[in-house]
Design a binder for this molecule. Sequence first.
Ligand code: SF4
Ligand code: SF4
Length: 424
Amino acid sequence: MKNRQFEKSFSKERLISPKRIIAADVTTGKTIWLTDKIFPQHFYPLSIKEYCEAIKKGVKEGIEKIPILSVSSKDIPYCDFNCVDCLACPSREWAISDNHIKYPIIPIELYKKVLKEISRYSKERGCENVRFELCGEGNPDLYKDRIEMIKFATQECGMKIVYVSTGSKMSEELIDCLAHYASCIRISFPGISTTAYEVYSGQVVRNSFEYDDAIRLVEKLCEKRKQYGREDELLIGTRTCIRPLNDGHYTDFLETVGRFGVDAFQAVKVLTPEYGKHQSQSMTCQAISELLELKENYRKFGISSFQIPNDLSKIYNDRSLREEVKPSRCWSSLVSPPLYGTNLMCCVLWDRITDLSYHYGVMEGNIGELETMMNGANAKFIKENCPKNCKDCCAYNDNKFMDSLWKVLKVQDNLDNIEFFFEY
Ligand code: SF4
Ligand code: SF4
C-alpha cells in the first residue's frame, strides 16, 4: 500500500489532481477495482471517493441506506441571456406553463425546510456535507433570497455550495457572500472574446453584460477569495462551449484568467441534438490543435484543472445510450437527484424533466418525507424504467463507474477490508 494516499480530508489541490481511484483489500494489498475516469471538477468539493463509499454502504446495508450526495437545484426559470443552443429553454417553458412545477421559484421559508430535510436524510446515511449546486434553469443570480438561502444551506445544513452562472446579475453583496461561503464558483462564458460573447449570449438588451465585464467579475471573485483567506478551499472555475468564434482565443483566455488565480477551465461540446446542424459538424483544425496544445501546458498559466472532451472530432456531444452499454441501474438518480423547484427528479434530461412519472415527488420539507419518496411508487417506476427506457444519458460515466464498482463489491467476502485510495 506504500504509494497510495489515505487522507481523511482533502485540500482543494488534492481534490482536483488525482489520476485514478483504487479499491483495495487492506489485508492483502490486492487491488480489486480501479478507474481513471474520475473527472474531479464534476464532483468538487466532494470527490469520487464519497461516491465509492456510498456504493459500498449500499452493498453492505441496502440500497435505501445510500445517501444523497449531490443535488443540482433549479430554482429560477428566467434568464437575461438567450444563448445559442441553450438547453434550458424548452423545459423552463414547460415548467412555468400549466403549473407543471408547483414552485418554479421556491419561497425561501419552504426552501429552508427542503434543505434541512435533504441534509437530515444524508447525514443519517453518513454524508455530512451534501454538494448543493445552484445553476438555475436560468440565471441563479436572479433568485431574490439567494444570500439568505446560501447562508442557511452552509451554516444550518452543512451543505457545500457550487454556484454556476454567467454572473451577469451578481450584486456586490452576492459576490461577497459567494467568496465567503461557496466551495466552488464556476463562471460560464458563452464566448471567450468580445465578439464571441456578444454573438453567443444573444442578450435581448444589447451588450448589457459584455466579455470584459465577465472578465472583471472573475478577477473580483479571485480578489475577494484572497481577502477572505479562502484560496485553499474555494475553487474558481471558468467554462465555455466549443464554438467556431472561440477559435484562436483559448490561449489568451487561459493566460488572462490564470493570472487572476482561476483554478479550473472546462471546454464542453454543444449538447442540443435538435439543432441538426451540429450533429455532423466537425471541430475546426485550429480549435483542435489549440486545445491539444493547452492540454499539454495549461499549468504554465497557473491553471490546476483543465478539462476538454476526449473526442475532438465532432462539435456535438452525442449522449445516446446504446443497449449493450446500459448499466444495471441508474445510480445517479439515487446519489444525485436534481431538484426542479421543489420537485425531486431522477435526472435533468429534457424528456425526464417533462414527464412527472420520472419525478420522485414534490418536497414539502417534512421530516421523513425523503424516506417515503425515495421508496415510493414513483421511485419504483424510476428503478424499473431507468436506464431500461432511456435513449440518452446525461450521467453515463457516473452510472458506469458506480455499476462496475457495485458488481465487484457484491462478491467480496468482507467489505470492512475494502478501502478506496487515490493515486496522483
Ligand atoms: S445563460 Fe444558461 S440558462 Fe441562460 S440562456 Fe444561456 S445557456 Fe440558457
Ligand atoms: S437518462 Fe441516465 S441519468 Fe437519466 S434517468 Fe436515464 S439512466 Fe438515469
